[in-house]
Each structure stands twice: as structure tokens, then as C-alpha cells.
Design a binder for this molecule. Sequence first.
Ligand SMILES: [Mn+2]
Length: 276
Amino acid sequence: MAFHFVNSSLKEANTVILGIPYDRSSSYIPGSRFAPQFVRIGADNVETYSPYFKQDIRKIKIYDAGDIVLNYPSVAQTFSQIREEIKKYIKEKKRIISLGGEHTITVPIVSEIVKYFPDLNLIQLDAHSDTRDTYLGEKYSHATVIKRISEIIPNNRIFQLGLRSLFVPATKNQYLFKVAEYIDGIKKKIKTMPCYLTLDIDVLDCGIMPAVQTAVPGGISYQELFQSILKMSELNIIACDIVEYNPLASPNLGYASVVAEILRELILMMNKNKKM
Ligand SMILES: [Mn+2]
């Protein structure tokens, strides 16, 4: 099922939506592999017009690449499948929004994008720091994502916001509890450098977004998230993801629409006044 607002061939599109239904390392509540399908359904309840950006998403040329068919032969092979898919779009200068799946998918995505954008910065919105070196014996896990990325991108170009569940601080730029108030400071640091945004949906308070694998109380509100997205539209965000939405953790289709609305805003964010 394609998103109802998708309106372009791959050739003409400047933005690609890609579903990555991977949740192999989900240690608490598995099920985020079903997220891309649920978000497509949830989008039917979402208007094309954004009251935040005051813009209609149909003005942007978007291609829906569908969901990668993963057969889980091994982590390494799955990662190379994801990298190949990302490569197809990034080398054609498309903006990419990936829909997880668990947070682990950000590692192969970023490792491919950084080949084309060596000065890439990363902004993470998340309840968790994800900085463990290994978790439950796994090197590549939803709990080790930022540790793996810090081996690809220098620490001073990684910005972690909204954190409230931390292991060992592994980056220089960790901002607790809040998001929006820190974006201006980050903008001063990274200016027009290319940037990747990884949005772990559990940055939202679990009272308003319980459909996640690993819920943490004390998160941000929708309004704060959308204000943050508006501010981030002033950055040069070339690709992003939404991860850790798990429709099986709280099976209410309303949450699928929430994620679909966030998807709409992220596409608008990436396309506001940008050059690749
Ligand atoms: Mn998280």
C-alpha cells in the first residue's frame, strides 16, 4: 500500500520514502517490523496540508520505494541489502526518509550516506543514548546504534537530544529531557553542513506514544516535537528516519496516524529552502 500523497516517479522525485521492516534485535517488545505497513494505513487519516509549515505535501515530488523485502539471512547481509537500497537513492541526490523498523537500521543507512557526504552530522531525538558497545551479546542492536555511528562520524558531529535513559556517555553533545531549546545552538555549530536526523519515536512521552518497543516516561510533547521539526528545517537535513514505532506494543491505529503525520512534517522539513 503506497502513501496516498505520493505523486511522482523515481526519476522525477526529490524525496524517497523507504520502509525497512527490521526488528531482529528487539529485546523487549518485538514488532516494529510491522511499522511501515501500519504507517501507510495510518496516513489515510492525515491531511496533506501541514498547519505547522503552512504547506501542502503534494507540492513536493515524492516516490514511495515500498518496503525492503528482508529475508534475515544474517545481520551483515541485511545491512548490505539496506546499504544497496540507500545507495540507489543517495547517488541520485534524492532526499530519503526511512521508516523503521528498530533503531539498528540507522547504522547501515548512515554508513552509506557518509560515503557521499563525508562531513555528515547526526542529530538523534531519542529517550535512550544507545551508546552501549554490545547488548545481549550483539554488536549491532537497537541499544548500540550511536556507539556504532560514533565509529563512523566524529563525536563532535553527533548531537543527542531528549535523552532520559543513559548508559555511558559516548558522545560530546548530550542534551537531556528537552529538544527544541537546543536546536538553535546546534545550528550555530553545524551551519550548512549536511545533517542526518534519526527520530526514535520514543523521544515522545510514553503517555502519548506508548506504541514503542522500550517506553520511557518523562518525554517531550507533540508540540515540542513539531516546534523542533520547524526549527530543524533551517538545517541542511539531507535524509532522516523514523524508528522504533511498534504497532504491536499498543495496537491502536491512532498511533499509526500520529507517525504518518510526523512523516509528513519531516518530508516538509527536508524540502524547505534546501540544496543538496
Ligand atoms: Mn529509544
